[in-house]
Design a protein around this ligand. Structure first.
Ligand code: IVH
Length: 671
């Protein structure tokens, strides 16, 4: 095959594959079998392997994504990405219609569409090719996620021959269909990762993955609902979307023209019920003025167009039998009652459990075992029980008796005045509370040990750690013996634990999890008293002289140190090398004197740590980019600050460059 032949063959294969993607994903009418489709794709991949110069970003072979990990560049939206006014009330839809009729000289025509519940995307096409995909961001600047979007099969990379404008933008919603959502959460739970609360979060999270090969496996989909550009050859929104559908975009089939509010209400009523059979989440109906001329006449407000509004559906409810009630003990000892239900389908997912909040709520609703209860599922992951169908109550049912002892450790529960929840007071020995303490200790703002929740839970469950001091006794070999950990993972964890002994005293104090001693209090305490011994020996009078420490906190500190098991724990931590005293001098050098930093994005340690370091070397840290800023320290996903700093031509450094800068300056200082 010559290069010329290969070029032609590749172009033909690409056009055919794109066409089959449309048949399959957009029109739901596949023309060839999956097997035949794979053959086309394989042939194209073969041609591209022989002639690598033919590989282009828009080739269907590239949909699997590249393996390069990127940060997302910030891109300014050509047209601001506005949102919509929304309402739950039909009266407000009437008001919307009256306002429009008052402003317009001619009768309006509306288009009603479903409001898809995903994450917004703007796709720019130049000469029929997907050029760029940008998320909403703050409406002015968004993240450029083109490589990830290329993995979504229903989004065309190259439009078939047609009358599309040379350059245009089309906006829509990236969605995760329910079946993909359930599969993903199932996998996450099995892997000990936290599940996504809803398909919207899952779609948004997937779009921001750094590895587009992973995005390709998330089963994302996209519905397009808004075409923008200069001199578009259409007069109405409806026609523009119909054309977009011809060009191969997936456009909502439910789009309907309406003349009156009653027709709008009929659309809403129909879809409030019919949406339950759709494969994707929808949360309302969008009503738009159809004519572009009328849209221009109506104009925009700062936040949203005056020519469109959204009617939101109420959260879905269902009725099912309450089989039993479980009680979960939280990390702080708080007890949460959870209903086990006869499974029911709600908002596209199977619901088996629902929150009952607390004892008062159960009493207030008079919820009893085997009642038929009303369950509601809104945007949150845990559905709620919101009522009881008394008519279906069995004659022999009895009011529910709330538990009086902790289900984990049998300690009698307490309930403080003014608190809605019952608590287990056995914080030193109740397993979920011990685990909670360990998780707090390792967390980013505390000792910043690189161990996920699942890992910590496993270490605790397997008996490798019983308290936080045991962490420092862990050896690589111990870890390798359980759960088939690789050498590297075991080493990373052990190293991260070892490095944590350097954590400043104030953070260590916070990490101990003394009740009411939050981050700020810990810092004030560490500033006022030189060491853990000084704090342990301080009486109430001395503690009360510390800024922000009142009676309640002082008592809690005294109570903590009065407990011999806490004192023993501190002794073991000290032996492990953990900092138990403050760092005396505030300034270490003047290396960064005169420099003003702004910090943005995600860094490997909390921003506070960088701020402290910069200040210790004589620099300043400001909250936002201004004329005084000299450096922007940018982590992952820098956001609008990064975009503005770039625009203003400021010096932008990543973490590594920042360390180099500091080292260089210190060397200069020492010369
Ligand atoms: S039109 C200027 N149509 O809902 C008008 N938006 O709450 C732009 N959405 O920002 C939006 N389905 O992310 C439009 N059929 C639809 C929609 C839709 C979902 C989203 C979109 C929008 C948000 C407003």
């Amino acid at each position: 095959m010559t290069l010329h032949e290969a070029t032609e063959r590749a172009a033909r294969l690409r056009a055919a594959i794109e066409a089959h993607n449309r048949h399959y994903y957009v029109e739901n009418k596949p023309v060839i079998s999956d097997f035949e489709y794979d053959l086309l794709l394989q042939e194209l991949a073969g041609v591209e392997r022989l002639f690598p110069s033919l590989v282009v970003a828009t080739s269907p072979t590239q949909r699997v994504g590249s393996d390069s990990t990127r940060e997302f560049a910030q891109v300014a939206h050509r047209y601001a990405m506005l949102s919509l006014g929304n309402t739950y009330s039909t009266d407000e839809i009437r008001d919307f219609d009256s306002r429009i009729r008052r402003t317009l000289t001619d009768e309006p025509e509306y288009v009603c569409e479903l409001k898809f519940d995903g994450t917004a995307i703007g796709l720019t096409y130049v000469n029929g090719r997907l050029h760029q995909a940008v998320t909403r961001g703050d409406g002015e600047y968004g993240d450029e996620v083109t490589a990830n979007v290329r993995t979504i099969p229903s989004i065309p990379q190259q439009l078939p021959a047609g009358e599309w404008p040379q350059e245009f933008e089309i906006r829509g919603e990236i969605l995760m269909p329910f079946h993909a959502f359930e599969r993903l959460n199932g996998e996450r739970i099995a892997a000990g990762e936290p599940p996504f609360a809803n398909p919207r979060n899952a779609a948004a999270g997937s779009l921001k993955l750094l590895d587009s090969r992973m995005v390709a496996h998330r089963g994302l989909d996209c519905f397009l609902y808004y075409l923008l550009g200069e001199n578009l050859p259409f007069d109405t929104h409806f026609d523009s979307l119909r054309k977009a559908a011809e060009w191969g975009f997936r456009v909502s089939e439910q789009m309907t023209k309406c003349r009156t509010v009653d027709e709008i209400f009929a659309f809403i009523r129909h879809w409030d019920e019919a949406r339950k059979t759709l494969p994707c989440a929808t949360d309302g109906v969008v009503v738009k003025v159809n004519s572009f001329a009328q849209q221009r006449q109506l104009g925009l407000t700062a936040k949203s167009p005056r020519w469109a509004t959204a009617f939101k559906f109420k959260a879905e409810q269902g009725v099912t039998e309450l089989l039993s009630i479980d009680f979960q003990v939280g990390r702080t000892g708080a007890i949460t009652p959870v209903a086990n239900l006869q499974p029911l389908q709600l908002a596209g997912t199977t619901v088996k459990r629902a929150s009952l909040h607390n004892a008062d709520q159960i009493a207030l609703l008079d919820i009893r075992l085997h009642d038929m209860v009303v369950v509601e599922k809104g945007g949150e992951i845990i559905p709620k029980v919101v009522g009881v169908d008394r008519a279906q109550r069995k004659a022999d049912s009895r009011p529910f008796q709330y538990i009086t002892r902790c289900p984990e450790c049998a300690t009698p529960l307490v309930r403080d005045e003014g608190e809605a929840k019952h608590y287990c007071p056995n914080d030193a020995h109740c397993p979920p509370q011990i685990l909670g303490k360990i998780l707090h200790f390792v967390s980013r703002r505390a000792m910043n040990i690189n161990a996920g929740e699942a890992t910590v839970e496993m270490l605790y469950r397997e008996g490798l750690i019983k308290d936080v001091a045991d962490l420092y006794l862990l050896k690589k070999e111990d870890l390798r013996h359980f759960n088939n950990w690789g050498e590297k993972s075991a080493e990373n964890l052990v190293n991260s634990i070892a490095a944590s002994v350097q954590t400043p005293f104030a953070k260590t104090l916070y990490a101990l999890g003394i009740r009411y001693v939050g981050e700020t209090t810990a810092k004030k305490l560490a500033d006022a008293l030189p060491s853990i011994d000084a704090i342990a020996q301080a009486g109430p009078d001395e503690l009360l002289t510390v800024d922000e420490i009142g009676e309640r906190i002082a008592q809690s500190i005294i109570h903590y140190f009065a407990d011999p098991s806490n004192r023993a724990l501190i002794a073991r931590l000290r032996k492990a090398g953990v900092q138990m005293a403050g760092n005396p001098p505030a300034t270490r050098s003047d290396a960064l004197a005169g420099m003003v930093f702004v910090i943005t994005g995600t860094l490997s340690r909390p921003r506070e740590d960088f701020k402290t370091l910069i200040e210790q070397h004589g620099g300043r840290v400001a909250g936002d980019v201004s004329a005084k800023t000299t450096h922007l320290l940018a982590g992952l996903n820098g956001g609008s600050k990064l975009a503005r700093a770039k625009k203003a031509g400021m010096k932008i450094v990543n973490e590594k460059e920042y360390s180099e800068l500091l080292n260089n300056e210190m060397n200069n200082e020492n010369k």
